[in-house]
Design a protein around this ligand. Structure first.
Ligand SMILES: [Zn+2]
Ligand SMILES: [Zn+2]
Length: 657
């Protein structure tokens, strides 16, 4: 070998990631290298998954930070002898598609489908070991047919119900939102203050599973995520007590039920407060108070939840003119409405004990209501309190319970209520049922037909999907766009065959993502969302990765779905994700959150173009702890590039001795 030919070859085979990576990607695809069979002799199954991306049209560095190390981990387990399932797909329904469509004048479906094509290409450039044969796109009819199937199962089991109730309403998104999608009174998606609207909506009975969802200690998840879920579910022990209405309401209602964590203070109730939206309010308000009550209700309807719950805001309220009776004392208790009580939380009614609650104390002061001490502070001289005593103590002015310490009195009074048929011990959760109706176009239609004779009837499973029509005016108006399509609405009742109307709300897109990981195990099944065999082969997910901002939304909903799937006999175990890992965040080179306005965005496409995918991924693997992330170091990637070049040179042109 002459010196000449050696240098010739070195030049020709210099490390050129663009050529090498595209050559091998094509070869992998041709060989179907990453197709995963459900069973491989001698290789135990292991399911690795990264949250599927929303079809925004652009894969950003955050996606790479979640997916590329996940791929490394999947490959690692493959090398250790496991048969690893590592699928990918797209979360494709939702508001951004509509908003982009409105801006760009393109149909949400066309926008979404084009983005899927683009992002699929970006994902392929990653060179990850995704099994593309199992791809799911949640807006495709062959997927949402099964999302609708899940709804029907929920409906059949009594886990889906329609109820007129005050709902969170985002005036900017023009739709209702689940409680989980309201963060500190703001819409989780657009940060607009959320209002309350009274509407008929579909709910899932997530609260039926509250106790089980609370039990997440054994999961191999980040502690803070488990704590967030437990706090969100918010179990509190206390008692329910009924107060008799002095005059039955005009619909015959004769009592108001309240939940309290302090049954030991029941003898100190001096007024009752209902949410302004409480359905009883118009039924028990006296004619003299009607005008004041209506005016107050109107003001409350226009206040945001933030305003209503602000702790520094002076509490206001209006007397309804009606009274109830504290059954324990026989006291006549005035019924007020106040906007700090929300109809969407608890029973929408609270008993007020000003002596032992700060908020009630302030309210009583303002409106001249009595303050009745029933828990004596230590060394209390019997004089009026200057502030609420909220600690436990010894009961006074509580009849047969006098002298008991608070802890004992709680139990004794709850037992007494139970014995009298006035209530009793109760566990209450902060968690509400999941509101899944959306008054928007780009989602899976709720598969329900409203028949004048039969009521709400589920669309039979063999008639699914209820297809989302393409030619619909999808601009948000506050009412469901599908309601504007007579062809969509008019149908016949599946039960009696008479003319009937389709439900026109679509489903929360969090429903699509609540079960996609189950579809990957059997994505082409046309008779079921997945077979029991495929589910048994792969589920639960051994290793799940994604952002912890999903702690009380997706990660909670998916657990709920999985428990329902278990109860349907479809899946093994009780939990969908045995181990969940929350990756951190990659910041801009300046150490700040990447944003277009700051001009510090690192685009993965550019990095791949410049350095190659292997180099970019190699750099990410060296960047720092996965659960933390950190600033993107433009110089750091140069080092990885040099290292790959050297490795290449050693491989193709080993130094001669
Ligand atoms: Zn919004
Ligand atoms: Zn019917």
């Amino acid at each position: 070998m002459t010196t000449d030919s050696t240098s010739e070859r070195t030049r020709a085979e210099r490390y050129n990631p663009g050529d090498i990576e595209s050559k091998w990607r094509a070869r992998w695809e041709q060989d179907d290298l990453y197709r995963v069979a459900d069973h491989v002799e001698g290789r135990p199954n292991r399911y690795h998954l990264t949250m599927f991306p929303y079809t925004s049209g652009d894969l950003h560095v955050g996606h790479w930070w979640a997916m590329a190390p996940s791929d490394t981990l999947a490959r690692y387990f493959r090398m250790r002898g496991f048969n690893v399932l590592f699928p990918m797909g797209f979360d494709a329904f939702g508001l951004p598609a509509e908003n982009a469509a409105l801006k760009g004048g393109i149909h949400p479906k066309d926008w979404t489908d084009a983005n899927v094509v683009r992002m699929r290409g970006q994902l392929r450039s990653m060179g990850a070991s995704f099994d593309w044969g199992r791809e799911v796109v949640s807006s495709h009819a062959d997927y949402y047919r099964w999302t609708q199937w899940w709804f029907v199962q929920m409906f059949k089991r009594g886990l889906a119900y329609k109820k007129a109730a005050p709902a969170n309403w985002c005036p900017s998104c023009n739709t209702t939102l689940a409680n989980e999608q309201v963060k500190d009174g703001l819409c989780e998606r657009c940060d607009t203050p959320v209002e309350q609207r009274f509407m008929a909506q579909w709910f899932f009975r997530t609260t039926d599973y509250a106790e089980e969802l609370l039990d997440n200690e054994a999961l191999d998840w980040p502690e803070h995520v488990k704590v967030m879920q437990r706090n969100w579910i918010g179990r509190s022990e206390g008692a329910e007590a009924s107060f008799a209405l002095e005059q039955p309401a005009s619909d015959g209602t004769s009592e108001i039920r309240v939940f309290t964590t302090r049954p030991d203070t029941l003898h100190g109730v001096t007024f009752m407060v209902l949410a302004p939206e409480h359905p009883l309010v118009p039924l028990l308000t006296t004619p003299e108070q009607a005008e004041a009550v209506a005016a107050y209700q109107d003001r409350a309807a226009h206040a945001t939840e933030i305003e209503r719950l602000a702790t520094d805001r002076e509490k206001s309220g209006v007397f309804t003119g009606a009274y109830c009776i504290n059954r324990l004392t026989g006291d006549r208790v005035p019924i007020w409405i106040a906007d700090y009580v929300l109809a969407t939380y608890g029973t929408g009614a609270v008993m007020a004990v000003p002596a032992h609650d700060e908020r009630d104390f302030a309210f009583a002061r303002r409106y001249g209501m009595p303050v009745k001490v029933v828990i004596a502070p230590p060394d209390w001289d019997g004089k009026p309190l200057t502030e609420a005593w909220t600690e436990p103590g010894t009961l006074v002015a509580s009849k047969q319970f006098d002298g008991l310490p608070s802890t004992e009195a709680k139990k004794a009074i709850a037992a007494y209520l139970e014995q009298q048929g006035w209530g009793g011990t109760k566990v209450q959760y902060r968690l509400r049922d999941w509101l899944i109706s959306r008054q928007r176009y780009w989602g899976a239609p709720i598969p329900i037909v409203a028949c004048p004779d039969c009521g709400e009837v589920a669309v039979p499973e063999d008639q699914l999907p209820v297809e989302l029509p393409y030619d619909v005016e999808f601009r948000p108006t506050g009412q469901s766009p599908l309601a504007l399509s007579p062809e969509f609405v008019a149908t016949t009742c599946p039960q009696c065959g008479k003319p009937a109307q389709r439900e026109t709300d679509t489903m929360d897109t969090f429903m699509c993502s609540s079960w996609y990981f189950m579809r990957y195990v059997d994505p082409h099944n046309t008779t079921a969302p997945m077979s029991r065999e495929a589910a048994a082969a792969w589920l639960p997910v051994a290793q799940y990765t994604g952002g912890s901002e999903h702690a009380t939304m997706h990660l909670l909903y998916a657990r709920f779905f999985y428990k329902v799937a278990r109860d349907l006999g479809l899946v093994p175990g009780d939990e969908p994700f045995t181990r969940y890992y929350a990756q951190g965040q990659i910041l801009g080179p300046d150490g700040r959150r990447m944003s277009k306005s700051r001009g510090n965005v690192v685009a993965p496409d550019d990095q791949v173009q410049k350095w190659g995918s292997d180099c970019f991924r190699g750099y990410l693997m060296f960047l720092g702890p996965w659960d933390q992330g950190g600033p993107y170091d433009v110089d750091g990637i140069v080092g990885v590039s040099r290292w790959l070049n050297r490795t290449w040179t050693v491989a193709v042109d080993p130094p001669t001795r």
